[in-house]
Design a protein around this ligand. Structure first.
Ligand code: 4AD
Ligand code: MG
Length: 482
C-alpha cells in the first residue's frame, strides 16, 4: 500500500538518485532538522533531512521520539559525516503520533527494569532490536545446523502426562473447577474426570518423545517451549523458556559431547558472520556500562572477543570427580570463599561452575560422569571401571563463562533391566512410563542427546545480564504480563 522501501535496501547504496518512500519510527530528531529513522530491517538508521522552515508546523510538531512516519524523497549521497546516504525532503506523512509528554519512553538511557515493564515498547530501542534480531538469527541457525546434517525437526507436545526430568517442577493443566473439584471416594481430587482423563502438565522437556523419534528416524531434534515451576528468581531462570533437544541413535556420550561443542560454536559463528553490526553495538554497549565499574566486576574479555574465543578454541573436558578435585584444591575453597562446600556426591553449584570456567580453565568446560544420585532416571549407568569414587552416569553439562550451564545431556539407559531398576529406585510410577520402557524392549538401541537452553545461549551471545531481556515476553514467578 505504501510501496515503501526497507531501510536496509536503501542503505545498500543501489538506489542513489532514485525517489524512495521509507516508513519507520523516529529514533532521534535533532536541530528540528535531522531525523534518524529506524524500521527494523537493519541495525542502522536512515537520515532524513527536512527544511523545518518549509514544513507545515502541524506536521513538524508531530515528529517526535518513536512516532511512526513515512518520508518520500530522492536518495542522495550524504554531505555530512556519520552516514553515507540521506533523503532530503519535506514530504513527511505522520502514521502514528507519539505524544512525547505521555509516551513512557524517553530518548535517553533507561534502566532494564523500566524497559521490562514497558515490554510493548522496548523492542524499538537499539539494544532490544539488536537482541531480538540476533535471537531470530540463532533460531534460524539451529534449524540450518540440523537440517544440513540430516536431522529431522520433531515437534514435541506442550501438554504431557509425564515428568521428563522427575524433578516435580511442573505446571498443572486442568479444566477442573479448582473451587470444587470432583473427588474420589477417599476424598482425593478425581483426575479421571479431568479433560485428559488423568493428570496433565506443561512439558519440562521434549526429550522422552525425542527418544521415540531417534529410535525410528535416527537423528531428530526438538525446538520448542518448555516450562518449569521452579521458584528461582535468578538472572538465568525463566518459567517458560525454549529448548533445543537433539536425540541420536547409535550415539554415545563422547559423540554427544562432540555434537554439543560443534553446535555451540556453529551458532556463535553464524551470528558473528551474519549480525556483525548488532554484535559490535552490544559489545560497545557493555564497554560503556563497564566504564565506571570496579575492575573486578568487569568482564575479563569484551563480548566480541569472548565470542571469537569460544569459536576458535576447543572446550575443556573433565570428569565430575576431576572437577571436585580441582575445586577442593582451589584458593577460594581453601580461603572459605565458597558458600557451598564442593564434595563428591553433591551437585556442583553455580559458584563452582563459575570458578572452573572463568578462573581455572578460562574457557567453556564440559563436565561428564556425574554421580547417579544427583541426576535424572534416564541416564545410562557407567561401567564399573568408569566409577571413580562412586556410581556415576554418562551425563554431561556444558558450562559457559558468565552463564554457567548452557547444555545438559546424557547417554540414555538403553538396557531395560537397568532402567526399570532406576525407575523403581526413584519411586517413579512405572505405569506412567510404560511406553518409554517398551522402547527398550522392542528394537532398542544405544542413543544419546542433550538440551540446549535457547535463552541462555542468546544471553551468552548478546552479553545481556538478565535472561528476561533476551526473550520478548519473559515469564517468571510473579510476572506474566504482556
Ligand atoms: O539440564 P536440563 O534440565 O536437561 C533436560 O531437560 C534434558 N531433558 C535435556 C536433554 O538431555 N534432552 O535442561 C537443559 C538446559 C539447561 O542446560 C539450561 O541451559 C536450560 O535447559 N534450562 C533453563 N533455561 C532457562 N530457564 C530455566 N528455568 C532453565 N532450566 C533449564
Ligand atoms: Mg541440567
Amino acid at each position: 500500500m505504501y510501496n515503501r522501501t526497507e531501510i536496509k535496501e536503501v542503505l545498500s547504496g543501489s538506489m542513489v538518485g532514485k525517489e524512495v518512500t521509507v516508513c519507520g519510527w523516529v529514533r532521534a530528531f535533532r536541530s528540528n532538522r535531522f531525523i534518524a529513522l529506524y524500521d527494523g530491517s537493519s541495525f542502522n538508521t536512515l537520515q532524513i533531512v527536512i527544511d523545518f522552515e518549509q514544513l507545515d508546523p502541524a506536521i513538524l510538531k508531530k515528529i517526535s521520539f518513536h512516532a511512526c512516519i513515512c518520508a518520500k524523497g530522492v536518495l542522495t549521497a550524504s554531505q555530512g559525516s556519520g552516514q553515507d546516504y540521506e533523503i532530503i525532503t519535506n514530504d513527511i506523512t505522520i502514521l502514528g503520533e507519539s505524544n512525547p509528554e505521555k509516551y513512557p519512553l524517553q530518548p535517553k538511557a533507561q534502566t532494564m527494569e523500566f524497559l521490562r515493564e514497558n515490554a510493548h515498547f522496548r523492542m524499538r530501542t537499539n539494544t532490544f532490536s539488536s537482541v531480538f534480531r540476533i535471537r531470530h538469527g540463532i533460531a534460524f541457525a539451529v534449524h540450518k545446523f540440523f537440517n544440513d546434517k540430516g536431522y529431522y525437526y520433531q515437534h514435541s507436545p506442550i501438554i504431557t502426562a509425564s515428568d521428563a526430568e522427575g524433578a516435580g517442577e511442573m505446571f498443572k493443566v486442568t479444566t477442573l473447577d479448582l473451587e470444587n473439584p470432583p473427588r474420589t471416594e477417599d476424598g482425593a481430587v478425581d483426575y479421571k474426570k479431568d479433560f485428559f482423563g488423568g493428570p496433565a502438565n506443561l512439558t519440562v522437556s521434549g526429550q522422552l518423545q525425542a527418544e521415540i523419534g531417534a529410535l525410528a528416524l535416527g537423528k531428530v531434534y526438538t525446538f520448542g517451549p518448555t516450562f518449569r515451576a521452579e521458584n528461582s528468581n535468578t538472572t538465568r531462570h525463566l518459567a517458560e523458556f525454549w529448548m533445543i533437544e537433539p536425540e541420536v541413535a547409535f550415539f554415545d556420550i563422547v559423540d554427544d559431547m562432540n555434537l554439543a561443542e560443534e553446535f555451540c560454536q556453529y551458532l556463535i559463528k553464524y551470528v558473528l558472520d551474519n549480525f556483525a553490526e548488532d554484535v559490535a553495538f552490544l559489545d560497545q554497549r557493555i564497554q560503556n556500562l563497564e566504564k565506571n565499574m570496579p575492575a573486578n566486576d568487569r568482564r575479563p574479555m569484551g563480548l566480541l572477543e569472548t565470542l571469537k574465543f569460544v569459536v576458535d578454541n576447543k572446550f575443556e573436558r573433565i570428569t565430575y570427580s576431576e572437577a571436585v578435585h580441582i575445586l577442593r584444591n582451589s584458593k577460594p575453597f581453601k580461603k572459605g570463599q565458597f558458600e557451598f562446600e564442593p564434595s563428591w556426591g553433591k551437585d556442583l553449584q553455580a559458584e563452582h561452575e563459575r570458578f572452573l570456567v572463568e578462573k581455572h580453565f578460562k574457557k567453556p568446560v564440559i563436565v561428564r560422569n556425574y554421580p547417579k544420585a544427583i541426576k535424572a532416571f534416564y541416564m545410562r549407568l557407567n561401567e564399573p571401571g568408569e566409577h571413580e569414587q562412586g556410581e556415576t552416569v554418562a551425563a554431561m553439562d556444558v558450562l559457559f563463562p558468565g552463564i554457567g550451564e548452557v547444555i545438559g545431556g546424557s547417554q540414555r539407559e538403553e538396557r531395560y533391566e537397568e532402567l526399570l531398576k532406576r525407575v523403581h529406585e526413584m519411586n517413579i510410577p512405572e505405569e506412567e512410563l510404560w511406553w518409554y520402557l517398551e522402547l527398550r524392549k522392542f528394537g532398542g538401541a544405544p542413543h544419546a542427546g542433550f538440551g540446549l537452553g535457547f535463552e541462555r545461549m542468546v544471553q551468552f551471545i548478546t552479553g545481556m545480564g538478565n535472561i528476561r531481556d533476551v526473550i520478548p515476553f519473559p515469564r517468571a514467578s510473579g510476572s506474566a504480563e504482556f
